[in-house]
Design a protein around this ligand. Sequence first.
Ligand code: ADP
Ligand code: MG
Ligand code: ZN
Length: 602
Amino acid sequence: MKKLIRNFLVFFLVFIAIAALFSSFSQADEVKTVGIETMVQELNDSQIKSLVVTGNEIQVELNDGSKQLVQKESGESLSALLNNFSVDPEKLKTVTVNVKEPSGWNYWLGVILPFALPLILVGFFLFFMMRGAKGMNSSAMSFGQSNAKDFNLDNKERVTFKDVAGAKEAKEELGEVVEFLRYPKKFQDLGARIPRGVLLLGAPGTGKTLLARAVAGEAKVPFFHMSGSEFVEMFVGVGASRVRSLFQKAKKQAPCLIFIDEIDAVGRRRGSGMGGSHDEREQTLNQILVEMDGFEITQNVIIIAATNRPDVLDPALLRPGRFDRQVVIDRPDLKDREEILKVHVKKKPLDKEVDLKRIAERTPGFSGADLANLLNEAAILTAREDKKSIGMAELFSAIEKVMIGPERKSRIINDKEKKITAYHEAGHALVAYFLPNSDPVQKVSIIARGQAGGYTLKVPTEDRYFHSKSDFLDEIAVLLAGHLVEKEIFGEVTTGATSDLRRATAVARSLVTDYGMSDTLGPRTFGQKEEMIFLGREIHEQRDYSEKMAEQIDAEIAAFIAEAKVTADRILKENRQKLDIVAEALLKQETLEKEEFEALLA
Ligand code: ADP
Ligand code: MG
Ligand code: ZN
């Protein structure tokens, strides 16, 4: 669009220039144009000193020195003209008549321009249109080119392993890749085949992209970054040709690093597709495989790919010679979280009393990206409060914001709803407090946050990787507590417990179908998680069990929920007074911290 306007402007200016030029020719130094009759009259009156004929023009100079211009018909000679007007030949004797060859560019322009101007205009039009079309054309051509971002080495934003906190094993593993890139000869001399591809596996935000950049930064080699989804475009065949051009570019710059982010976008298992885009993806994937096989032994290009869905990758990608090295990046544990926080607070002023270890303790399950986000939120909060350095209060507040969503203090709740929320949350908190396998309650609040009307924050005391059946049953009991309290106290339930129930059901289902924790159904899983995309919807589960089994699964899920309900009910009945105390405290001060909550129950 901008280009079009610019073209139009240029065009317009040229037009004006030509028009100006043209008009400047026709108005030669202020000579009055008169009709032929006037000239004839003047001749008869002997007022004329000389006549100069140039083509169709007759320049008349009068005796008093003034000049006039007369247009005559072209092709008609002056004598014939004068004859026609029957001018007295005697009168002409005193007049000098000059006939000039109508020459000079001035004249020719005058003759040619009227014909040429439309042609020139049309020519300009064509020229600009062609140019526009060519521009479009060339951008269509460049579809096939990879637009991989090539990170410059001298870039000030060079990332090294120092910028990646924790992830010790991953760094060790990738340290080897750095060696390969820096001293390939050392390995080649021993006949070792340098690994071609490294696959980084890990949950979103665990630092896969960051690590890949750090490898390039450490090895000091060029780094081509491309996301899997960038290969797939509207046009069929673009992906494959992009892959080709990416690898070509990389080969020219070897040693270097190619990083394909989110490779699952193209590297999904082939042959399971139902939609049209699958052909395109398969072609792209095939091209990646072909390119990876096509390297010379001596070509020192290493490909790092990242995904958080290793389960959907095509097995051909993982075979030796391709992405045979796999580096798993876990969610950071307590110590790693503290390290990551330390990396990210470097440019942020902190209060003296800030203890990052306590923040790390409060954030199990957070990924590196979550932690970076948390510090950013804390900084924003601090700025909003016009403080100069970030304090512990802002950090805690930011944790909750990242976990549950922003506080919505402005949401006006009527007293009835407030009371319901208070009892609902008190119920969650109370059951969590009394169940041995539940995480301790960190905070209870009836301030709306994100989607939730209120929330009970539970934080595990330590990082845990495994969970037992009793953990899950207690979790279900805690989730049901809100619903049960509402029914007990107010006689009916509200929609506020919907997501609790959904979660409880999902946990119970996983217990049966994924973890094999049901005694009646035995140690097996139900349903195959398979990835298929049909009409834009992902169909996840494939049944590998009979109708009869399905009924039993449903019965088993119901049994687990019933069991948890009994537990929750019992705790709530036994502690009815405490429930009132907590709910009242919540109504009064809206938020209870761990210490206040525990003091109330003691
Ligand atoms: P992924 O690619 O795994 O989804 P990224 O590498 O894009 O995650 O990480 C997002 C951000 O999270 C990074 O830019 C960085 O600020 C932060 N981050 C993640 N992991 C770490 C880590 N181990 N050390 C420091 N920062 C991290
Ligand atoms: Mg990433
Ligand atoms: Zn609830």
